[in-house]
Each structure stands twice: as structure tokens, then as C-alpha cells.
Write a protein that binds this ligand. Sequence first.
Ligand code: IPD
Length: 264
Amino acid sequence: MSSPVLTVMTAAVRKAARSLQRDYGELANLQVSQKAPGDYVTAADQRVDKFLREELAKVRPGYAFLTEETGVVPGTDPEHRFIIDPIDGTMNFMHSVPFFAITIALERKGELVAAITYNPITDEMYSAEKGGGAFLNNKRMRVAQRRDIHDTLVSYEMPHRGGKDLPLSRAELSVLQGRVVGIRGTGSAALSLAYVAAGRFDAMVCRNINQWDIAAGILLVKEAGGFTSDPDGDKNPMDTGNILATNADLLPQFKDALSKARET
Ligand code: IPD
């Protein structure tokens, strides 16, 4: 049974998804602008961002927001904040690659308590609540149980051209290629984390990522029995913007591999 607030979040996401599905079918007509090199925003991102804020504010007035397209929107309720990325994987969306998601997390007193990540094209709804487990379309999710890094399939997000930490990312890819079976760059950090929660990817690594890209995914992975960490230590990825997500056995093995990359 979902809590009332998760039900509200799910309903808002489903409604917002309808406009995204329409836009996806008519991409040629979509307005696109560039925020920074390699960082695009479409009219669809802005429309979904606005729709979700309005829809959620109707039922949870006073909650604050942090969203990709609007930034910080202070609320009158000091305890609650929705963290929203209206389209995580905008580049995929713009290129008609059906791997993007609407992703929302709810924080209570600074702690992640509810999460939704939804791919409107595959109709896959990933959800989690603190202490309540993680689900994919109502089916319980568990992280993969592989124990040896040499057997793993990993999602690794490369920075955009001109992005930060390019030499480090190249070194990490090189070290990982020597240890894992396969590496995928998906273009949606939120969905990659949902795939870790679903046991599809064994691990996910990403640097210089924003809170709205990973907030929901962190709770999904945790509630599916996995762990998230800063790759370089024990700090919270929400604070550092660098994330490693995997299971308990693989966590030290990936940290070791990534530390070797930092030494090169
Ligand atoms: C992007 C995705 C991608 C990551 C980029 C993000 P956006 O988010 O999460 O996986 O590599 O750094 O900017 O811009 O599509 O919401």
C-alpha cells in the first residue's frame, strides 16, 4: 500500500507523462535552447516542470521545491521538499532515444522518504518509500546479487564534451574495462539508478551530477537492498555530486577500482 503522498506523486507523474508522450511523437516541432555547452532544455522540460510544481502544490501546499528548470522554490513548510527533474535524459529525448524519465523525490527533514522515476515510453514506474521497499510497476525490486566485479554490467555516465573531470572519467573507464564484463553509458542517471535497483545493472557510477538527477534513485537503490556512496569516500552523493551505487559485496571492489584510476 502506497502512502497518500506517494499516491499523489504517482498521479502527478502519470498526468505529466501524457504531454511528454505527445511531445516525443512530434519532436520536430519542439523548441530547444542551450543552457551551457552540451546542456539543453526543451519546451517539454519547462512545461513538465511547471505542471508538476502546480499539481503537487495543489495537494501539498507549502512544500518547497528544488527542480532542474526552476531551482529553489522556498515553501512555508520547513520540513518538506520535492526534488524534481522533469526530464532526466533530455539529450536522449531530443534524439528520439526512448531512455529518459520524470523523476521526483520527497525529502522530510533533509531525509529522502519517497521516490518515483517513470519512463513514459516503456511505461515503467519505479517507486520507493523509506522502509517500504522498492517496486517496478507494483513488483518488488531487489538489487543484483553478483559478488565479483569481474562478472558485472555497469552503467558509467561520461561527462558531456567540455564537461568537468574528463581525464578522470577516461582513467576510470580504462580501469573498469579491465575488471568488469561490460559498460553502458545511458544518458539518464535517474534511470541507471532505477536499473541498479531493479537488478539489471550491477553498479552505476557518475560524477558531477545534480541532486535532482539522483535523489529518487538513491532511495530506490537503498530500498531495493543496495548502497549508494561517494566513489572517493563515505560522503553523501547528494552533497558531493559524485555517486557509486551497487550491492554490499561489490561496493568495496568498485571503490578499489576507482581509487586506482585516481592514482593514474
Ligand atoms: C543528465 C543525465 C545524464 C548525466 C548528465 C545529466 P538531464 O540530466 O542525468 O545521465 O550524465 O550529467 O545532466 O540534463 O538530462 O536532466
